[in-house]
Design a protein around this ligand. Sequence first.
Ligand SMILES: Nc1nc2c(c(=O)[nH]1)N[C@H]1C(S)=C(S)[C@@H](COP(=O)(O)O)O[C@H]1N2
Ligand SMILES: [Mo]
Length: 395
Amino acid sequence: MKEDFSRREFIKTAGVITAMAALGDMPSSLFGSELPMATYPEKTGLLVLTSRPPQLETPMHLFTELITPNNALFVRWHLANIPLSVDLNEWRLKVGGNTGKELSLSMADLKKFEKISYTAVLQCAGNGRSFFEPRVPGGQWKNGAMGNITWTGARLRDILNTAGLKPGSVDVMFNGLDSGSLPSVPDFKKSLPVDKTLEEDIMVAYEMNGEPLTMLNGFPARIIVPGWYGTYWVKALSDITVLGKPFEEFWMKPAYRIPDNPCGCIPSGTTQGRTVPINRMTTRSLIITPSPDTTIQKNKPVEIMGVAFSGGYGIRDVIVSTDGGKTWSEARLGQDKGKYSWIQFSHSWRPLKTGKYTLMAKATNSIGDSQPFEKLWNPSGYLLNNVEKTEINVI
Ligand SMILES: Nc1nc2c(c(=O)[nH]1)N[C@H]1C(S)=C(S)[C@@H](COP(=O)(O)O)O[C@H]1N2
Ligand SMILES: [Mo]
């Protein structure tokens, strides 16, 4: 168990991560992808975008499960110095700032708060960024910077109420144990408006899928903002600070902002004007099987299967096309794990002729938001949610 992680194991983990980092770029095209694959501590083989800091993407074929296994969840850190071990005897979550009192919570203290649990999609704001045209700078993720995990922890609101919010509180800032390699690199700090932090589902999670968080996914505790992009889900949490004025440091401004309009988009290649901090996830559906370029046999039944999710509203329906969008059928939906989870969809199909087929899926959430057919562009490559095309061959 991670909580009993011995000093030796910490060092072992640290050693492997350092060794991985030292490997740098590895031979590519091992699994039909341009990215190298590597196995980090507590992880299965993931695609390596960068090794220092680790940015590891989940291969799409691992999304056939409703719940993403802990060892398959993607990893995204911004800063070079990430925690490689945390001793729970030393670790404390500090809560302070514009509060009635300061808290210094051990893991045991954190576990005394009412325990809450739900399944929620974690997705990087830049998931799918590599598909934008024109291309945009930033991590060139395909669609594997996402996962569906059952999170367990304490309600942030309960912690804040124990500390006591003083009048005039505006933002709540979160900081973790990671840091940049140079003092000039801004520390990764994120904030949420106080009203948001008082919503009942915001969590300080200490478990993923019933286990302690993996080191790379934020051991020992992280923020969960279900329905919102992963950038707010601060890992290896060390400090919660209530502020009497808006928090506008680097990772809130200018980073992680979108055009201030309903689509969060602007004409391709143009410069954005007024922006707001990125927030809720757009509605998406992704066909997982068959995978692109698969060859299947004429007259044999195929199950078209995928996942769909939205920014915390649940999915109303998913429609599927096997003829490039000319005709559509309603897909069957799988087990409903709640509004923050993804839902699996499936559609049975039997291709009657040989040739190339274009499969498509389009989800609509419970408040009627759906997916555009074209890619809505913004200069940071966020919010991508167009209806995707999976080309396959029938022989
Ligand atoms: N401390 C810390 N927390 C962080 C980050 C980080 O760089 N440092 N990155 C954020 C971003 S942008 C994302 S997408 C998620 C990724 O979570 P994961 O690594 O568990 O997949 O963590 C968030 N929390
Ligand atoms: Mo992210």
